[in-house]
Design a protein around this ligand. Structure first.
Ligand SMILES: Nc1ncnc2c1ncn2[C@@H]1O[C@H](COP(=O)(O)OP(=O)(O)O)[C@@H](O)[C@H]1O
Ligand SMILES: [Mg+2]
Length: 466
């Protein structure tokens, strides 16, 4: 079957970078390779984009390229040879997950669960689902690194939610050449047969990061899994309703309060405010980078803790809010967090280049895709000040309890609402839920039941709360 090929990386750029790495001038390379200086110059300038195979071989030999770099050079010249070029050098070294720049806070149990699933014989398709910015990619990256390092397994990491060829991403790195080729095979209407024949029976972890797939992708994924017996697929997505089988792992925000139950580690003095609260540790690390002059006193930590809670412990929200510290004081941030948490993350100046859309827009997109009934339930629940139960919303909205339970379940999977931990001795009572602050802010536009100009149904709302 013919395939749509990846656009080849610019041969000239790849050649120039390889030549410089080899420490050769154009003249020296010409001397060593017997290719003329003029031909080399034309190639590097892009005047000739498709050199002959012999020329590539001569140049690669002269530069003493490793197998992987030779493959990248061949790929840049002619993407149709990529399959052959990469097949022979496919290895954990060539296929590796991106290296993280920052420490990951918390997530110990989630990471353990994910690595265990990826290592188990039975599970071959695992989907991590959760709100935008909650840390799905970060967790997947950490799990992929462990599989890569401990299992010595190639990891094909495909950022599905980013544009082709992120600037700064060196296309002459063989690793990136492989990833962009595989990604072109995976994209809409892609060529799964070619990918399957490339992976074959080799152990591989394929990570589709930010894969907001349509249900149409499912058969292709299943085909891949059937064709490649030692392939595992890890998907991260914010769309649980497009779930394609396998195991679903819902990812909650980072805890902003310590886990209930007796603490096993005795808190150190001064440590008690952050211990076992990864969200606060994470935000404090952002704060200390943004404002090294701020002493992390108990009152600063307490303020940060309250902001974290108002931002629901969503890492991207914490990062966005901290960016404002250049302009506002911590007290001002705290005041904003108490009234309009969304304002802290929306329109926040972006710190990292190539970072994703503002969180408010991303959340908006999630809400816009909800089926009507779930949207209605969320709107009603969002205008409440106190926790509510499934039966309460069912009664208030005239849904059957089963319907309401299904809708609440779906909202939980999306991560738009959360279940409150049961108090000791209340284990048998029905679960109580709240809508995330940011979601609430987005749905109500900052209004709650008391101040709302057009309350959804104030007489009914009273019956929802437990
Ligand atoms: N546990 C964590 N510790 C430190 N940083 C985190 C953690 N989780 C997420 N982040 C950071 O927060 C931002 C959003 O996380 P990301 O994984 O991209 O979210 P998602 O993939 O769910 O949209 C990223 O900058 C990421 O590095
Ligand atoms: Mg992501």
């Amino acid at each position: 079957m013919m395939n749509r090929q990846a656009p080849p990386a610019e041969f000239g750029a790849v050649l120039r970078s390889a030549r410089r790495k080899a420490g050769l001038t154009q003249e020296q390379l010409a001397g060593l390779s017997t290719v003329s200086v003029r031909a080399i110059r034309d190639l590097e300038r892009g005047r000739v984009v498709r050199p002959r195979k012999d020329t590539i071989r001569l140049l690669a030999d002269a530069m003493r390229l490793s197998d992987t770099h030779r493959a990248a050079l061949e790929l840049a010249a002619d993407s149709s040879s990529v399959c052959n070029a990469l097949r022979d050098v496919y290895s954990p070294e060539l296929a590796c997950p991106p290296t993280p720049v920052h420490t990951m806070f918390g997530r110990e149990s989630e990471l353990r669960a994910l690595v265990e699933l990826l290592g188990s014989e039975r599970e071959r398709l695992v989907t991590v689902v959760g709100l935008p910015g909650v840390g799905k990619s970060r967790l997947a990256q950490e799990a992929a690194l462990q599989v890569h390092a401990w299992g010595d397994i190639p990891v094909l990491w495909l950022p599905m939610d980013r544009g082709e060829g992120t600037p700064g991403e060196a296309s002459h790195r063989p690793q990136n050449a492989l990833a962009s080729w595989v990604r072109s095979l995976m994209s809409e209407g892609g060529n799964y047969e070619e990918l399957a024949s490339f992976i074959e029976d080799r152990a591989t972890l394929l990570v589709l990061d930010g894969h907001e797939m349509s249900p149409a992708t499912t058969p292709a994924l299943l085909y891949l899994l059937q064709s490649c017996r030692r392939l595992k697929v890890l998907v991260t997505t914010r769309r649980p309703h497009h779930f394609s089988g396998g195991r679903l792992l819902p990812l909650a925000p980072l805890p902003t309060a310590p886990a209930p139950g007796p603490s096993t580690v005795p808190a150190l003095p001064g440590d008690s405010l952050t211990a076992h609260r990864p969200a606060i540790e994470l935000m404090l690390s952002y704060v200390s980078h943004m404002r090294p002059d701020l002493l992390l006193t108990d009152s600063v930590t307490a303020a940060v803790g309250e902001i974290c809670a108002a931002l629901d412990g969503i890492p991207q929200a914490l990062e966005a809010a901290t960016a404002w510290l250049l302009l506002y004081s911590l007290d001002q941030l705290l005041a904003m967090a108490r009234t309009r948490p969304l304002a802290l993350v929306d329109g926040s100046p972006s710190l990292s280049p190539g970072s994703s859309a503002p969180l408010g827009d991303l959340l908006d997109a999630v809400l816009a895709e909800l089926p009507v009934r779930q949207g209605d339930l969320l709107a009603a629940a969002a205008s409440l000040d106190s926790p509510w139960t499934v039966d309460g919303v069912a009664r208030a909205l005239g849904f059957s309890p089963v319907q309401a339970a299904q809708d609440v379940h779906a909202l939980l999977l999306h991560g738009l609402i959360r279940q409150l931990p049961a108090d000791p001795g209340e284990a048998g009572r029905p679960g109580r839920f709240t809508v995330l602050h940011l979601v609430r802010d987005l749905v109500t536009g900052g209004r709650t039941a008391d101040e709302s100009a057009t309350p959804a149904a104030p007489h009914l709302l009273a019956t929802i709360t437990a």
